[in-house]
Design a protein around this ligand. Structure first.
Ligand SMILES: [Zn+2]
Length: 158
């Protein structure tokens, strides 16, 4: 098996300052890609073909949007949140329309679902996309960097 350290990254010029501002290190990105390769847990965008994967090595969950170019991985963006994703929710699709992303492992488009997140002993129900089969959820860059970041901040200030 390929070790995480051997994963070659090609960080786009647009992504580099964003990653730095968010405090996301190369080893965090390698951890996500290594985990996606190992488990097959990843989402694929329907039109662009880009992949999105996440990994929770400790208290933070890291998300990386990338595609593979030969031996190296081109990184478009990455973000993180500290809110914990509670898996095994009782999922109910809210609407028929599905997200732009497909769960590669289950070969199913994501659907909106009510899922539970937890942070500092508080639990929330939020409507975000998830895979109707494996129930893994999807946190968009906007949700992580705006909504979740704001909620984390509010709870920390309480
Ligand atoms: Zn799935």
């Amino acid at each position: 098996m390929q070790g995480d350290r051997e994963i070659r990254l090609d960080i786009s010029v647009e992504a580099a300052p964003v990653l730095e501002a968010r405090g996301i290190r190369l080893e965090d990105i390698r951890g996500v890609i290594g985990f996606a390769n190992e488990t097959g847990n990843l989402y694929v965008h329907r039109t662009s073909g880009r992949c999105l994967a996440y990994f929770t090595p400790s208290t933070a969950t890291y998300w990386v949007e990338f595609d593979r170019d030969g031996d190296s991985y081109r990184i478009y963006t990455a973000y993180s949140h500290r809110m914990e994703i509670l898996h095994g929710f009782n999922m109910e699709a809210k609407r028929k329309e599905t997200a732009e992303w497909t769960c590669m492992k289950c070969d199913r488009p994501l659907e909106l679902a009510t899922v539970k997140l937890k942070y500092m002993e508080e639990t929330f129900g939020v409507d975000i996309p998830a895979c109707p089969v494996c129930q893994r959820i999807f946190v968009s860059e906007q949700d992580a960097t705006e909504k979740m970041a704001l909620a984390e901040k509010m709870l920390e200030d309480k």
